[in-house]
Design a protein around this ligand. Structure first.
Ligand code: CUA
Length: 151
């Protein structure tokens, strides 16, 4: 049998946990981006490429290397949902996508993954935001988002 203070303590704890979970859901929902995940390392991720899964789903295997990203131009249609798998061929680089709230590290021997939905046409710059040597400031790529018949 609970005494009345125990009951109160449990009630307050439950409320605090609910507020916490609600704010977590609210923030992740609002930002419309996934939390970055770590994917188990596999050599196939080190080959830069773009896979089209269906008309709106893409996978981009991006490799950062002094001092560029491959692929450097990523064409996807408006509405595309893109899984980015990011790794590095040498030192630690950054992987930032303008206007998309994506801020990842590209690490040799590791793969970071996030999913981004592109609902508006435009050119979204990818930049390295981790100092990686003399070519750092030139290290960029872009995601080109357009309506399918405008390419
Ligand atoms: Cu790569 Cu800075």
């Amino acid at each position: 049998m609970l005494d009345k203070y125990e009951g109160k303590a449990i009630g307050i704890t439950a409320i605090i946990i609910m507020v916490f979970l609600f704010s977590l859901l609210y923030v992740t929902g609002k930002q419309k981006t996934d939390v970055v995940e770590c994917v188990p390392y596999d050599k196939t991720y080190t080959t830069p490429r773009i896979n089209q899964i269906d008309s709106t789903t893409y996978q981009v295997f991006a490799v950062a290397k002094m001092w560029n990203f491959e692929p450097s131009q990523i064409y996807v249609p408006v509405g595309a949902e893109v899984d980015f798998f990011v790794t590095s061929g040498d030192v630690v680089h950054g992987f930032n996508i303008a206007e998309k709230n994506v801020n990842m590290m590209a690490v040799y021997g590791g793969i970071n993954k996030t999913t981004v939905k592109f609902t508006e046409p435009g050119i979204y710059k990818i930049t390295c935001h981790e100092y990686c040597g003399v070519g750092h400031q030139n290290m960029q790529a872009e995601v080109i988002v357009n309506y399918p018949n405008n390419y």
